[in-house]
Design a protein around this ligand. Structure first.
Ligand code: C2E
Ligand code: CA
Ligand code: CA
Length: 738
């Protein structure tokens, strides 16, 4: 598994999330656009076709009307008179005798005698004989005659009025076998009939002229032009080809037409379809491009965020998060393949001192340099991570045996042997290393890290600048620590803690001027446990706040018994820097009624050095309340002088380690001497701790130490014993006066 690309693939996975809805929306939009285009096209086509149909109907009517008028013209022409007369005389239908009449294929004169056989009538054109046509023409003729009869006037009355005749005429389409024809019938002027002296029997029956023409291509073309349609044809019997429109009207008998409709919609589709397609393609392209760009940027920034979250900014190497992830992955892999691996915790010894003495910038430079040197001694595949301010961790792969881990630990220790150049200075670094192996020491990542941590503590305990392997007993130690933690928690709650008080004497060693409260734990099985055995644990496990509160309250209560004494209380840095601390002190003073000016809080240098600003404001507030402040274990840190000037302490307590080594080295005596002088010069009370011998007492008295504390005068004792000691002192004084 490549952890580095997890971020990218996550962003890639987001790609379909963006692109799918966009594509769906786009598809819907496209389908809608196409649908509306097709719908519009179809509607246009239908409209156009129905327009064409209407025009066709009109053109046919107009053509028929024209035929009626044309025929009326023929009827009115004098050329017709002779033919008419003979036809009349014979009482038979006869060809009009002049085939040249424009617009007609044949014209018949149909005299009054309707039923007369049409024998001997020569056909004017082709087979359009009256015999064949008679049955089809009969209804038309009948209709014209009926109309004339309905007119109510005799043939004589009607006169030779052509226009009137034309108006009375009628035309329609006919089918004759397979042929489509147009036929017109107009009444003949009455004049010739009368001149001919028609028989009385014929009176009342109007002679008519019938004109017929074939709907041949020429005729169709005329109609088509008038109707503005294309490829007009007769569609009566043969099946109409697909795509052609048809027209038939009841008035037109059996004749129906077909034509090729114009399809403006299809044109629209042909024009806009590809355009729409092109647009769709363009938009899809753009959207896909955009989505790609977005996801790539997303992937990039996600990758960057992933990288930042998993790397140490200062050294550019993996941080704890990535280390843990890599370790998880490697453990899984090693578990499957039956391989071994190791976790090495590397902790810089006393690195805080470097920061304190040379500043954080110098500290950062050194951390970076150390990381580089360690990285140089790693083998291919091993990973160095920075897991804390001054803590590194190494994931060692390809471990054959413990010897490989040991070799790596030695290489790392060796790598930092040479001094580091920090500004003008050469600083020496020291490391402690804890080693734990998988699967020997641990079955899971958590266990492996804890094992390496325990091994690291062992290395530090054994004197630093060394490495230690995890062993099973460390686990036991951890379990014991766990039990102790639980027990301490209940001890704080159940008042199983006790305070002992160690007297603080004036320089003469006779008068008790104060007491220092020192906590002990009364354990059921282990007896009285000294603070060194559990204060650190309490600090680590977050128990120091309730413990410190308990101590402060008990000391103030006990202190009420000794109105002349100052009561000193040790305050852990964690407790002091806790934001509720000043308020807590105020509350306890109020609650117990203890005089603030008799309360002395002992702080160690660590507090003022690490969190100077927070410490300063707390100190100012406490002093405002009237509480006194002492700097404990003076002389063991780096920056005593600087901070002594900055922070307003009332007292310094010279660390007992100086007195311990005073006998053996003259140097310590000089330090104590100058510390006392310094304190006095700054107007502070100077107290010496750990006074065990009369020689030390004499020396301290001689150099001007104000107060003394040590086994020489008294060990820390229960409160009741202080009462007794105070009584004894009073007695001595009394005796001295007497
Ligand atoms: P400390 O504040 O330096 O306290 C003085 C320690 O020196 C006490 O150890 C005391 O018993 C011991 N001592 C006094 N006179 C002599 C002497 O002549 N020779 C030698 N060798 N030692 C002497 P103790 O009581 O074991 O306390 C140890 C440390 O535990 C204290 O050192 C203090 O840092 C811490 N401590 C004690 N009580 C409390 C407490 O209530 N709260 C906190 N935060 N820390 C406490
Ligand atoms: Ca102290
Ligand atoms: Ca001390």
């Amino acid at each position: 598994m490549d952890l580095r690309h997890a971020g990218t693939s996550r962003a890639r996975a987001a790609f379909p999330k963006i692109i799918v809805p966009i594509s769906v929306l786009l598809s819907i939009a496209l389908v809608l656009a196409f649908a509306s285009l097709i719908w519009t096209a179809m509607r246009d086509d239908t409209r156009a076709e129905s327009d064409e149909r209407t025009r066709l109907g009109n053109a046919i009517s107009a053509a028929l009307d024209d035929m009626v008028f044309d025929l009326a013209d023929v009827a009115a022409s004098t050329d017709l008179a002779a033919s008419m007369r003979s036809a009349m005389l014979r009482g038979r239908a006869a060809p009009a005798g002049h085939a040249g009449a424009p617009g007609f294929d044949t014209i018949f004169i149909v005299p009054s005698q309707e039923a007369a056989p049409a024998t001997g009538l020569p056909a004017t054109t082709g087979a359009l004989t009256f015999d064949r046509l008679a049955p089809s023409l009969a209804p038309l003729i009948a209709s014209v005659r009926a109309r004339l009869a309905g007119d109510g006037r005799s043939a004589a009355e009607r006169g030779p009025n052509t226009a009137l005749s034309a108006v009375r005429g009628e035309a329609r389409l006919l089918r004759l076998d397979d042929e489509a024809l147009a036929a017109a019938v107009v009444p003949l002027p009455a004049e010739p009939a009368r001149t001919a002296g028609a028989t009385a029997a014929d009176a009342g029956i109007v002679p008519v002229l019938a004109g017929v023409r074939r709907l041949d291509p020429t005729a169709l073309a005329v109609i088509a032009r008038a109707a503005e349609i294309d490829a007009l044809d007769i569609a009566s019997h043969t099946p109409v080809e697909a795509g052609r429109a048809t027209y038939s009207a009841a008035a037109n008998g059996d004749v129906s037409f077909s034509w090729r409709p114009r399809r403006p919609g299809a044109g629209l589709l042909a024009t806009f379809g590809p355009l729409l397609m092109a647009l769709a393609a363009l938009f899809s392209g753009l959207i896909i491009l955009y989505a790609r760009r977005v996801t790539t940027t997303l992937a990039k920034s996600e990758e960057e965020a992933w990288r930042v979250a998993r790397h140490d900014q200062l050294c550019g190497i993996p941080n704890r998060l990535l280390f843990v992830e890599l370790l998880d992955a490697e453990i899984r892999r090693a578990g499957e393949a039956g391989h071994k691996l190791a976790a090495l915790f590397v902790d810089l010894d006393r690195f805080k001192d470097v920061n304190d003495a040379f500043g954080h910038e110098a500290g950062d430079r050194m951390i970076k340099a150390i990381a580089e040197r360690i990285a140089n001694v790693l083998h291919e595949g091993d990973t160095l991570a920075r897991v804390g301010g001054d803590e590194f961790a190494i994931l060692q792969k390809n471990v054959g045996s413990a010897r490989d881990c040991e070799a790596l630990a030695r290489r790392v220790l060796q790598a930092v042997q040479e001094t580091f150049a920090v500004g003008p200075r050469e600083i020496k670094a020291a490391l402690s290393i804890g080693v734990a192996m998988y699967p020997q020491h641990a079955a899971t990542r958590e266990e492996l890290l804890r094992a390496a941590d325990l091994a690291l503590y062992r290395a530090k305990d054994e004197g630093r600048n060394r490495f230690a392997f995890f062993d099973e007993r460390m686990g036991d130690d951890l379990r014991i620590r766990k039990t102790i933690e639980e027990e301490l928690r209940t001890a704080i709650q159940t008042d199983a803690l006790v305070l002992h008080y160690q007297p603080v004497l004036a320089a003469d060693g006779k008068q008790i001027v104060g007491v220092e409260a020192l906590v002990r734990w009364r354990h059921n099985e282990r007896g009285l446990i000294p603070p060194d055995a559990f204060i650190r644990l309490a600090e680590d496990r977050g128990l120091i706040l309730p413990l410190g509160e308990w101590v402060l309250r008990r000391a103030c209560r006990d202190g009420l018994r000794w109105p002349t004494l100052k009561v000193a209380v040790n305050v852990s840095p964690i407790q002091f820097l806790h934001k509720g601390f000043v308020a807590l002190v105020g509350r306890i003073l109020q609650e117990t009624g203890f005089d603030p000016s008799r309360l002395e809080l002992e702080l160690t240098e660590g507090v003022v050095v690490d969190e100077a600003d927070e410490a300063e404001s707390a100190i100012i507030e406490l002093r405002a309340m009237g509480v006194r402040l002492a700097l404990d274990d003076f002389g063991t840190g780096y920056s005593s002088l600087i901070y002594l000037r900055r922070f307003a302490f009332d007292k310094i307590k010279i660390d007992k380690s100086f007195l311990e080594s005073m006998e053996s080295t003259g140097e310590s005596a000089i330090i104590v001497h100058s510390a006392v002088h310094l304190g006095r010069a700054l107007g502070l009370t100077v107290t010496a701790e750990g006074v065990e011998t009369p020689e030390q007492h004499r020396f301290l008295q001689a150099v001007g130490c104000h107060e003394l504390q040590g086994f020489l005068f008294s060990r820390p004792v229960p409160a009741d014993d202080i009462d007794r000691l105070l009584g004894a002192c009073a007695e001595i004084e009394q005796r001295a006066i007497a």
